[in-house]
Design a protein around this ligand. Structure first.
Ligand SMILES: Cc1cc2nc3c(=O)[nH]c(=O)nc-3n(C[C@H](O)[C@H](O)[C@H](O)COP(=O)(O)OP(=O)(O)OC[C@H]3O[C@@H](n4cnc5c(N)ncnc54)[C@H](O)[C@@H]3O)c2cc1C
Length: 336
């Protein structure tokens, strides 16, 4: 092993809300901390799926947008300057004879750590891509897989492809902002929540189903129109389009982590009351951690992180008393 690889106390895999809060608490316990995240940004599912949704079920925060919540979590996570590594997918784990771990990424990067906290959610998130010629040419400019800023669609002709909750939600949200919204869905029956479907049907959203996208027209990454066709091969229509939003679902993949030999339950990693997995020194928190009465809620994960950190510290220094510390009286934070 390269002797220049720095050894960390705690390496958190996954920079979602739970990984971020865990990093904050790890700093409070004076652990040398690293977060490794696959995506090019932090925040996990919150900015990925619902930056503009209001979150109302985190104690003490009556309501907050996903975006602001993520911003605050990142700020808090950075309090003790953890090392943050983006765009690396951790795939390998090797336990060394001295009990420390080597983590490897799919790109071949290596990380050395005394303990590991998995905060991976159900794995890396990737949207199902539009399977049409040249689709990738428009990606990021006029073809999107998520909506980050609703107002950027002001005055635009927007086409939404999909028939699930997200597609319908977006159609309803954009109806009053965009110049026109057309929802194209290849099936007869929508999959979303009934009240949202009714709202959409009673709105100005133009609904074309069962239709599917067959061609994209444009130049310089900018769409000008899309061609849609009835799924039975019938009628063809060309629709003006400034933006295309594709909501065909997503793939969540835990990848090789599922083969590290940890005990699994219902696709998640089984943990005990210490958040410890069946590999000594490896802990799991957030959506990926499973135990009796587990709730996949952010508020629950915020308790699991500190439990995992305290036990990781105990793993590193077994004679170290496991203690509660309160941020109120924590010297480095008092200046705030
Ligand atoms: C549409 C929607 C709305 C929701 N609304 C609410 C709500 O209002 N209130 C609430 O409490 N909960 C809500 N949830 C659930 C909440 O988002 C999750 O419980 C929460 O995001 C779990 O956080 P996490 O950090 O465990 O995982 P995630 O948010 O999934 O983050 C995990 C991170 O780990 C990264 N990762 C995964 N594998 C690797 C790897 N091998 N290497 C490196 N990085 C990796 C991923 O890229 C991801 O960024 C909602 C979920 C959805 C989908």
């Amino acid at each position: 092993m390269d002797k220049n690889i720095e050894l960390y106390d705690i390496t958190i895999i996954g920079g979602g809300p739970i990984g971020l809060f865990t990093a904050f608490y790890s700093g409070m316990r004076e652990m040398k901390t690293k977060i490794i995240e696959f995506l090019p940004f932090l925040g996990g599912k919150v900015p990925y799926f619902y930056p503009e949704k209001i979150i109302r079920d985190v104690g003490g925060i009556p309501h907050i947008t996903g975006e602001k919540f993520t911003e605050d979590l990142i700020k808090q996570a950075k309090t003790f300057n953890p090392t943050i590594v983006l765009e690396q997918r951790i795939t390998g784990l090797e336990k060394l004879p001295d009990g420390t771990f080597l983590l490897t990424s799919s790109g071949g990067d290596i990380h050395h750590t005394k303990t590991v906290i998995l905060a991976t959610g159900f794995g890396t998130l990737q949207s199902v891509k539009l399977n049409l010629e040249n689709a990738e040419v428009y990606e990021g400019k006029s073809l999107h897989y998520h909506i980050h800023k609703l107002n950027s669609y002001k005055g635009k002709h927007v086409i939404i492809s999909g028939g699930g909750n997200s597609a319908i939600d977006w159609a309803n949200e954009l109806e009053s902002i965009a110049d026109s919204v057309t929802l194209v869905y290849r099936k007869e029956d929508f999959k979303g929540i009934e009240s949202n479907i009714t709202k959409m049907k009673n709105s100005n959203v133009q609904i074309l189903n069962p239709y599917e996208l067959v061609k994209l027209n444009g130049a310089n990454k900018q769409l000008t129109s899309v061609v849609v066709q009835e799924t039975n091969g019938g009628k063809i229509k060309e629709l003006p389009a400034d933006n295309l939003i594709v909501s065909h679902g997503f793939v969540i993949d835990l990848g090789p982590i599922a083969d590290w030999g940890m005990q699994m339950r219902d696709g998640a990693i089984e943990v005990d009351h210490n958040m410890s997995t069946s590999i000594d020194g490896v802990f799991a928190v957030g959506d990926i951690a499973n135990y009796a009465s587990k709730l996949q809620l952010i508020a629950g994960g915020f308790n699991e992180g500190p439990i995992a950190v305290n036990n990781a510290k105990l793993h590193i220094t077994p004679d170290h008393e496991l203690k509660n510390i309160y941020s109120t009286n924590y010297e480095p934070l008092i200046k705030e």
